[in-house]
Design a protein around this ligand. Structure first.
Ligand code: NAD
Ligand code: MG
Length: 392
């Protein structure tokens, strides 16, 4: 049976990496639905190559332009997910790879229509994992986190309980500013921050990686996904980015997961349930042992990466991460637009987390969808207000 595939965020870094895997095995997979925001030329190209039955295009103007251009093609084009009637369709695999909270509702919609969801969108996990988990249980759909560190932790800790685990390290490359002089941080431009030394990723996650916000989000993502004591997690700098997580067990053993810095490895392992030949996808290094000689690890310098000090606020399972995420989405956008400096991302984040009403919005247990958007909206407003007043 040919497997039906949907990709939410098909023009992005995870979306294109996933398409590259499916493309090499079109006897087994049919791309049925793609979705993207506004990349006109890539959307046009993907329609031509993959001939999906549906394409959802979030940007209205681009959507209209594509509709006109593709009148003769059979693809059905929609502007909103709510416009498609998915009643009869069950996807075998859905890749959820829209960036930001914008991916939350589409992910929820597709849980009802998918046997398995490969979930890359960490913002969604941070804000609404309890909802995703419950919905997937009631629909008997499987959710597989594919963020490389979480895919690794999942593999390493399967069949273990909190009592078996001493410590879990999540690795961070340290990004482009690991060795930059602290004095020159004031001159950092968006393009400098978006240049990741090891991974090729979308702009937002690359900027989040340059100040270690990505790791802060990933630790909260891990607190949500795996039922271990949050205090057992720690970030460790590992500039080579070849080991993705390290777990120390109480029984004296330590396990880690090593793979090349290519997201197709965790994605393909999730698609094929670990049963595939990676050599068909990427050139794997012949001499891995030589790589081992050069693996380095060091503690995080909190002066360089002060954002990591915010983490302890999020050990509980309450609604604080929704605020952190919304605030960060606004600040990264402002930084890209040249409206705020690199260093002020942390300063403004901290200011919102210290706002007099923060606790009121951050203490909700298991917020429902309406609550999530209410809290998200509050955080976005406060962030803009604080930027405007430079009230820090
Ligand atoms: P990206 O910016 O390269 O791609 C984002 C995709 O989402 C694009 O297809 C874009 O068209 C679509 N999109 C953006 N806004 C949208 C909207 N409002 N509505 C509908 N579609 C929209 O991002 P990416 O690097 O592929 O990351 C995607 C997600 O995966 C993020 O949550 C990121 O944190 C996570 N992730 C990425 C990587 C990586 O290596 N890139 C690794 C782990 C996790
Ligand atoms: Mg990651």
């Amino acid at each position: 049976m040919i497997k039906k595939i949907a990709i939410l965020g098909s023009t992005g870094s995870i979306g294109t990496a996933s398409l590259n895997i499916f493309q090499k095995d079109l006897k087994k997979f049919k791309i049925v639905l793609l979705s993207a925001n506004s990349n006109y030329s890539l959307i046009k190209k993907q329609i031509k190559i993959y001939k999906p039955t549906y394409f959802v295009i979030n940007d209205k103007a681009v959507c209209e332009k594509i509709k006109k251009k593709c009148q003769k093609s059979k693809v059905k084009i929609y502007n909103k997910f709510s416009d498609i009637n998915l009643k009869k369709i069950k996807f075998d695999i859905t890749i959820s790879a829209i960036v930001g909270i914008a991916g939350f509702e589409p992910t929820l919609k597709f849980i009802n229509h998918s046997k398995k969801i490969l979930l890359a969108n960490k913002e969604t996990i941070i804000c609404g994992w309890h909802i995703i988990k419950n919905l997937s249980k009631s629909n008997k759909s499987e959710i597989v986190p594919i963020d490389s560190e979480h895919f690794s932790i999942n593999q390493l800790t399967k069949n273990f309980k909190d009592k078996d685990i001493e410590k879990i390290f999540i690795t961070a490359s340290g990004g482009p500013f690991l060795n930059k002089s602290l004095k020159s941080f004031k001159n950092i431009k968006p393009n400098d921050a978006a240049k990741h030394p090891k991974w090729k990723m979308g702009k937002k996650i690359s900027i989040d990686s340059s100040n270690l916000m990505n790791k802060v989000l990933e630790l909260i993502e891990a607190y949500r996904l795996f039922p271990f004591d949050p205090k057992k997690y720690e970030i460790i700098i590992h500039p080579q980015s070849l080991i993705h997580a390290i777990v120390f067990f109480k029984n004296g053993q330590t396990r880690f997961l090593y793979h090349e810095t290519d997201m197709r490895i965790p994605i393909a392992n999730a698609i094929y349930e670990n049963d595939f030949d990676a050599g068909k996808l990427i050139k794997t290094k012949k001499n891995i042992l030589r790589n081992f000689e050069n693996l380095k690890f060091k503690k995080v310098d909190k002066k360089r990466f002060p954002i990591v000090t915010l983490l302890e606020k999020f050990y509980n399972k309450k609604s604080g991460p929704i605020i952190l995420n919304a605030c960060n989405e606004v600040l990264v956008g402002k930084f890209i637009d040249g409206k705020i400096s690199f260093k002020s991302i942390y300063i403004y984040l901290r200011a919102v987390l210290r706002h007099k009403d923060y606790k009121k919005y951050a203490i909700k247990s298991s917020p429902d969808i309406k609550d999530i958007y209410k809290i998200d909206k509050w955080a976005r407003r406060r962030t803009l207000e604080i930027i405007e007043k430079k009230n820090i």
